[in-house]
Design a protein around this ligand. Structure first.
Ligand code: ADP
Length: 570
């Protein structure tokens, strides 16, 4: 049966019982009321008439009006005969009344009194009898009302106990089922025999759970095939690749990476990279670089494939936008190792070639400069103006060639790691003066005005003076070359705490902020630079300064000039 019908039936039963109880109570009260009225009308009135006739009888001899009162009450009594024997008694009273009217004797009065007592007795008996009947009827009604009341209470308790349970039970089952499906138990089914309405709900629920189960199974197989597909892609990458999740667990790794790390897949997959790194030197370096990235990413030298190989690590963050979110979220990192051994080998061949050529060029250039010096000597012979100009040009170009070969040799020293520092205690002013002297001819030629700012008290430095003097010379040379004619240049030093700064400031064309980093790269020249140069000076300078644990930085604004600063710890 439907819940709706059951509820209606329950309410109808309750309603019928209340109706029955009410009807019974009302009819009983009505019956009692009717009986008591009956007694009053039928018997009590007769008693009153009889009583009035008795009173009148007492005065009938002395009071002529008493007979009228008597007769009036007698007439009323005649109309109010209710008992079987009352009619007979009233008739006898009538006879005796007529007798009295005829004889006016005391004997008749006595007879009438006896008649009146008889009528009163009959009514009294009737009242008592009717009273007993009314009591019995009241008791009977009370019994029926009580029985019906107890029955109503029992039925109500029954309904109260049964209905909530009947309605709540399937709801509870449904909630439990939904909870289990939410916990991914897609095998959960509900019993269908839970009534018409809940049977339908249960059937729909079971259908949904079935579909979810199918979807779950199919999505798992899709995920598995997708995973295999991604694994195949990862394995087909010829470069070593390692994938880490947010918790730094290794989630994928290809064969190349395993060979490089000398580990098996089982040793790595789903294990914490930091934990494995404790026992693996290469992984430790990679994780360290990932956790605290170094600006200058040095290539990794690894012994692989029976030879020394070089790898450049690339750290690629894995970012996704989760469903319902707007912003990207980092869910891990990919470490990709680029095998740069071939480039490294070619680079080192190039460095060796540059080094050899530069070295070999130095001797003939020096010989040219020496020959020029002899040529300029008047003892060899006077040169005419044209020859003088030519020899000046040869000298200038030879000097430039010498400076370039010098720069190239310095660069090869840095690149091959053969840079050897010979530090000694040096006053910063010595370095500044050396640079000014070295640039004097050029400064005069450009009409540059060099100002020196130097404090009275400044700490000495412990540096390879030759290398640092070369750096400052190079910075001053740049300042002269990249400043318009007759420009102003400030070179100086200052100390702040235990840091000594040496700076070269010009008021020339300045450098676009976009190139502030790149100007320290090998062979980089700001696009559009017309002044001749190799693009090596600043990069070698930076290497030299950093080899002393110092820094070389630039502050520059287009059109306002540049300030290059070297900083050393005292
Ligand atoms: P080079 O001067 O031989 O080209 P550098 O490494 O010394 O090489 O300088 C790299 C580039 O930086 C230069 O080509 C030039 O464009 C820019 N540069 C360096 N110093 C200055 C300066 N003082 N003012 C403007 N630009 C400069």
């Amino acid at each position: 049966m439907r819940i709706k019908n059951k509820l209606t039936l329950g309410i109808c039963i309750l309603f019928a019982m209340i109706l029955m109880l009410g009807t019974l109570a009302i009819s009983s009260v009505y019956e009692l009321d009717r009986n008591s009225r009956n007694i009053y009308d039928a018997n009590n009135n007769s008693l009153n008439y009889a009583r009035s006739m008795l009173v009148a009888l007492e005065k009938i001899d002395s009071d002529p009006a008493a007979l009228d009162v008597f007769i009036e009450n007698f007439r009323l009594q005649e109309k109010n005969i209710t008992e079987t024997d009352e009619l007979q008694a009233t008739r006898i009273l009538k006879e005796h009344l007529e007798e009295y009217q005829k004889n006016l004797d005391r004997k008749s009065i006595g007879k009438m009194r006896a008649d009146l007592y008889r009528i009163m007795e009959l009514n009294m008996i009737s009242i008592s009898h009717k009273n007993q009947m009314a009591e019995a009827a009241a008791e009977n009604s009370l019994l029926w009302i009580s029985v019906l009341f107890v029955f109503c209470i029992l039925v109500s308790i029954g309904l109260l106990a049964y209905f909530p349970k009947y309605i709540v039970k399937p709801i509870k089952e449904l909630i439990k089922g939904i909870q289990e499906v939410a916990d991914q138990n897609y095998k959960k089914r509900l019993p269908t025999g839970l009534g018409v309405e809940f049977g339908g709900v249960a059937a729909s629920f079971n259908k949904m759970a079935e579909r979810l189960e199918e979807f779950h199974d199919s999505s798992i197989s899709d995920i598995l095939s997708g995973k295999k597909y991604i694994e195949a892609i990862v394995n087909s990458i010829t470069e070593p690749i390692i994938g880490l999740n947010e918790e730094m667990q290794i989630v994928f790794v290809n064969e190349e990476a395993l060979n490089l790390l000398h580990l098996k897949k089982g040793d790595l997959l789903y294990r914490s990279a930091t934990e494995v790194a404790l026992k693996n030197d290469l992984l430790r370096r990679l994780v360290k670089e990932l956790v605290s990235p170094n600006e200058k990413q040095e290539p990794l030298k690894i012994y692989a494939d029976n030879k020394e190989s070089y790898f450049q690590a690339k750290y690629i963050p894995i970012r996704i936008v989760e469903a319902g979110e707007n912003e990207q979220k980092n869910i891990g990192n990919i470490i990709l190792l680029n095998n740069i051994t071939e480039f490294k080998e070619r680079d080192s061949a190039k460095t060796t070639l540059i080094s050899t050529i530069s070295h070999e060029l130095k001797t003939p250039i020096s010989a040219i400069l020496m020959s020029l010096k002899l040529l300029e000597d008047n003892r060899v012979g006077e040169l005419n103006d044209e020859q003088k100009q030519l020899s000046e040009s040869i000298k200038e170009n030879s000097n430039r060639l010498l400076s370039i070969t010098g720069e190239l040799l310095n660069m090869t020293q840095v690149e091959t790691g053969r840079l050897q520092l010979m530090p000694k205690i040096t006053k910063p002013i010595e370095l500044i003066e050396y640079a000014i002297k070295a640039n004097k001819v050029q400064a005069d030629k450009f009409g540059c005005q060099i100002e020196v700012e130097y404090p009275e008290k400044i700490s000495k430095l412990f540096v390879d003076s030759e290398k640092i003097a070369w750096v400052i010379t190079n910075l001053l040379s740049n300042a002269i070359r990249y400043t318009p004619q007759n420009g102003r240049i400030i070179i100086g030093a200052k100390q702040e705490g235990d840091i000594v700064e040496i700076y070269v400031q010009d008021f020339g064309k300045g450098i676009d902020p976009r190139y502030h980093q790149s100007i320290f790269d090998r062979y980089f020249r700001v696009p559009g630079t017309k002044v001749q140069g190799s693009g090596l000076g600043l990069s070698i300078s930076k290497d030299f300064v950093e080899a002393h644990n110092g820094t070389l930085t630039v502050d520059s604004e287009l059109g306002k000039g540049s300030r290059f600063t070297l900083r050393f710890k005292v």
